[in-house]
Design a protein around this ligand. Structure first.
Ligand code: NAI
Ligand code: MG
Length: 364
């Protein structure tokens, strides 16, 4: 069996982090004949510098043909002056749009070795493992009208429109329910039906989807602002949270910071299953950006990128044992007191990017 991966390292620390995943892929092919067939492409600043676009049509075609895309990071002051359509971020937006990646998965997992360094009390975060499923292609970031109009009386009006259709809510809640079945079997849906019509529809459609196809999963509803409070008060009450684009943007960032550094956080973005094969388009990327301040210095924490690859094994290839083992290898390295600079604390051993990747590979 071959598994087609496209690697898009991007710019900044993206290539440094991706190099550590490449080591893991080679090791898996050699040790377990995992059959990964790897292609490489350019995105973001790296693509702009090479050919003046944020991603070429050829690389876009490779992304559409791959079983999964691993994306590093893009952006930085070097490209501040480039035209809007070809700025580094445009590459990621084009990938999300053309691959129709409507489901963004953001886990918040607390590694035991790092529980003490959370800004919350240790008992609040220890053992935390929640998954936020954020709708990514609809809602207020895309709804029309979206404009600033001149009212002619010295005032202007800024307008964004929150729009959700039934099918969008059905498909994102379906992803959440299906993922819940592989976890603690619990979904909490968050919206604001008390003040938003789209929230009323959201709640109704989630409830109807649950009744029709997923009644074995425990479903609760929570207002999104209360959800923010509960995430900080007692996050372990949640398993899977499903929410819209805007609330998901904020709630996933809140949840992420319960558990530590940006350098630790993975994400996945999934499309609809193919009608014939059932496989989904998918892109996996760290939550962090290109970190221009440390790029090229070998200081970047590769764990977010490696944990994104673990999500890829889990969700695109159903390689559950391998994903579990990779995540356990990360935990074991942290337990040994090995740290990159961003998660360093007293008495621990500081490693660079490559040495951290090697340490994880050794435990894998
Ligand atoms: P950033 O995530 O790149 O960096 C924020 C801070 O966290 C920096 O001090 C950085 O050194 C540190 N950091 C981030 N990842 C780290 C890692 N793996 N190991 C150690 N330290 C790490 O966010 P920032 O500085 O706001 O943005 C820099 C550029 O990245 C901007 O151009 C921004 O637009 C872009 N960006 C790109 C994203 C993407 O490619 N998906 C996401 C977020 C930002
Ligand atoms: Mg955000």
């Amino acid at each position: 069996m071959t598994r087609k991966l496209l690697l898009l390292p991007g710019d900044g620390i993206g290539p440094e982090a991706m190099a550590e995943v490449r080591k893991l892929i080679s090791a898996m092919n050699e040790r377990f004949s995992s059959g990964f067939e790897v292609e490489e492409g350019l995105v973001g600043g790296a693509a702009y510098d090479a050919h003046g676009q944020a991603i070429s049509d050829a690389d876009m075609a490779k992304a559409l043909a791959a079983d999964a895309v691993l994306f590093g990071a893009v952006g930085g002051p070097k490209w501040d002056g480039v035209p809007y359509e070809v700025r580094p971020e445009a590459g990621l937006l084009r990938l999300r749009k053309e691959m129709e990646l409507f489901a963004n998965l953001r886990p918040a997992i607390c590694y035991p070795a790092l529980a003490a360094s959370s800004s919350l009390k240790q008992e609040v975060v220890e053992g935390l493992d929640i998954l936020i499923v954020r709708e990514l292609t609809g809602g207020v970031y895309f709804g029309e009208p979206k404009e600033i109009i001149d009212l002619g009386n010295g005032q202007k009006r800024g307008i964004d429109t929150q729009v959700y259709d039934t099918f969008e809510i059905e498909r994102i809640s379906g992803v959440a329910f299906e993922l819940a079945r592989t976890r603690q079997n619990k979904v909490c849906s968050m919206e604001k039906h008390n003040v938003m019509k789209s929230g009323v529809l959201w709640k109704d459609v989630v409830a109807a989807t649950h009744k029709a196809k997923y009644s074995d999963v425990e479903l609760t509803h929570m207002l999104a602002d209360a959800g923010g409070m509960q995430l900080v008060r007692w996050p372990k009450q949640f398993d899977v949270i499903v929410t819209d684009n805007l609330f998901g943007d904020m709630l996933s960032d809140v949840a992420a910071m319960l558990t530590g550094s940006l350098g630790m956080l993975p994400s996945a973005s999934l499309g609809a299953p193919d009608a014939k094969t059932g496989s989904r388009k998918a892109l996996y990327e760290p939550v962090h950006g290109s970190a221009p301040d440390i790029a090229g210095k070998g200081l970047a924490n590769p764990i977010a990128m490696i944990a994104s690859f673990a999500m890829c094994l889990r969700y695109s290839f159903s390689m559950i044992a391998e994903a579990d083992r990779l995540e356990a290898a990360v935990a074991a390295v942290l337990d040994d007191g090995q740290r990159t600079a961003d998660i360093m604390s007293d008495g621990k051993t500081q490693l660079g990017t490559g040495a951290m990747g090697d340490a994880i590979l050794e435990k894998f």
